[in-house]
Write a protein that binds this ligand. Sequence first.
Ligand code: PLP
Length: 417
Amino acid sequence: MLHAGQIPDPFVGSRAVPLYQTTSYVFKSADEAAHLFELKQYGNIYSRISNPTTAVLEERVASLEGGTGAVAVASGMAAEFGTFMTLCSPGDHIVASNQLYGGSMTMLAHTFKKLGIEVTFVDPGNTDEWEPAIQKNTRALFVETIGNPINSIPDLSALGKISKYHTIPLVVDSTFATPYLCRPIEWGATIVTHSATKFIGGHGTSIGGIVVDSGDFDFSGFPTIADPSPSYHGMRFFDTFGHYAFLTKLRAETIRDTGACISPTNSFNLIQGLETLSVRMDRHVANALAVATFLEQHPKVQKVHYAGLESHPHHDRAKKYLPKGAGAVMSFELSDTLPNVRESGKNFIEGLELFSHLANVGDAKSLVIHPASTTHQQMSDEELIAGRITPGMIRLSIGLETTDDLLWDLDKALELA
Ligand code: PLP
């Protein structure tokens, strides 16, 4: 969190990570320029592809996740899009959880269809559904460590075994867990993605994403990574870069061509957040458990979806994969004995004072939203049912306020519900 990826520069001695707000880098010679473009020499050319401030963020998150390296990108969505664009070609197929962030769902179900990539959605909690969904052309398995928004916890180790057996990368969006609560690579994940916008930054100021590669997946026969690349005169990324092939292709081809780079200032801001990640996460999860316990006992609440509660169907998995706590994002349903649940939900959200009503999670400040009308609005009724999103569901992201203040705010708003 504090040291990986940075050696204080010996000339200036800056202890803080310097912000290199530059688009491009002066070449030392014509030969060096040519070698950099041919990927024969490592170095910076242009900040769409790499930047020294961003490199610190990349190395730090890779180190925390136990990966071989990382590529930071414009957003969490760019991290997912870039990963799948690097792994898939038109005609390929992905098996994905049906309980994902709404934006990930629409990208997979609709945008990828336009690109000729089909997706089969399965229950993340039911491992038995994954293997039968695999096809000859399946190029990725995709799941969230803590599923959005009902806190489903997949059996990562079982999915890791399926991934290895079929030689299909297991891609895990670990945004809600952060590397402090869970390191999916240790359980068999191939690639970990994050929306760094959330807990990694923690301040709600900067959008960013990151892709970490375990470096131990066998890409030697994997078409997009092993076959000749027409955009580099037929170079084979696996033959040339070995365990760094996926990340090099992601950086030097996919991000180069899609332009989904992170700004150096955002990398700098995200580094400031990352330095306190563990300290913040301990407080996030302690507050979240207190809030979930309070809500579960409240007469106006029907159900609380928080894997840290014993009543959650995946509580045992949470204890195994998230021993320090099940994150700080939860959802709950107001009691169906209330005369008008939708109206009660509205009154509850409007009655809150400390919780901000907005579309984000993982801020230092507590947040609230109604998924069915906002984050998951573009999903069909069928997709909503598969994702277990009910009209009366409310999602909370628990911040760093004192626990008593949070319970006071919730209690008061529930009175109005
Ligand atoms: N993954 C998860 C679990 C998310 O909650 C989000 C955003 O809400 C994303 C990915 C997308 O991240 P970003 O908003 O940084 O593009």
